[in-house]
Design a protein around this ligand. Structure first.
Ligand code: AP5
Length: 212
């Protein structure tokens, strides 16, 4: 199965991708996590991406498309994958089609902007594996420690309110048209993301015809 998760920043793409990984046994590829690894290692790509990410803008398509192509060529993608945070522009969607990806379904997690802004202040992310938690809605077993890998949890720099608002505006302008692109192909599933995490998971599984 090849799936795409689309949604506003903080819609729950990473959270729901983790549930789908467990169910489907295929990797989730988050372009945001790959970029943050490049930032942490101080690579040339990381340095080129830094300014865009800090301001909440999108990293230019050419950089992202090459990065994704390299990731999809790895052997763990042979049986399928979940794309979390790609494509974010119609050009990226066209490039994915040009790679012969053959996407099965696109799950759009639909949310409300003001709720997202409240939600983001409580997010904590694992520095080692990228797993996402929330101080109220999705607590780790031990404060400050990733329940999956034991890595340290931190608050992302781009989760402050001003930057979240910029990211939401970028989402509406540049990523909403991607939904129309896949709607035309007849593979877009719209899921109401304004509910507790397990409820949203059930909605996604039901829409994909998966048992829990
Ligand atoms: P990226 O890392 O992809 O960020 P994003 O898309 O803005 O998404 P987030 O990771 O913020 O949110 P999410 O939907 O995964 O939510 P989560 O599950 O964590 O991108 C960062 C930057 O990298 C971009 O701004 C851009 O600069 C660059 N970039 C990345 N990809 C790019 C691309 N393709 N092209 C160009 N540039 C790119 O949930 C959020 C919080 O809410 C968590 O705390 C979670 O526990 C909680 N939560 C989740 N669901 C619920 C729920 N139902 N109820 C209550 N709380 C919930």
């Amino acid at each position: 199965m090849k799936l795409i998760l689309i949604g506003a920043p903080g819609a729950g793409k990473g959270t729901q991708a983790e549930k789908l990984i467990e169910k489907l046994g295929i990797p989730s590829i988050s372009t945001g996590n790959i970029l943050r690894e490049h930032l942490a290692k101080g690579t040339e790509l990381g340095e080129k991406a830094r300014g865009y990410m800090e301001s909440g803008a999108l990293v230019p398509d050419d950089l992202i498309v090459d990065m994704l192509k390299a990731r999809l060529s790895k052997p763990d993608c042979e049986k399928g994958y979940i794309l979390d945070g790609y494509p974010r522009t119609v050009r990226q969607a066209e490039a994915l089609c040009g790679m012969g990806a053959g996407i099965d379904r696109v799950v759009s997690i639909e949310t409300d902007d003001e709720a997202i802004i409240r939600r983001m202040s409580g997010r904590r992310v694992c520095r080692d594996c990228g797993a996402s938690y929330h101080l109220l809605y999705n607590k780790p077993e031990k404060d400050g420690v990733c329940s999956k890998c034991g890595g340290p949890l931190y608050q992302r720099d781009d989760d402050k309110e001003e930057t979240v608002r910029a990211r939401l505006s970028v989402f509406h302008q540049q990523t909403e048209p991607v939904k129309a692109y896949y709607e035309k192909e007849g593979i877009l599933l719209r899921i109401d993301g304004m509910a507790e995490i397990p409820v949203v998971t059930k909605r996604i599984f039901d829409a994909l015809g998966l048992s829990e």
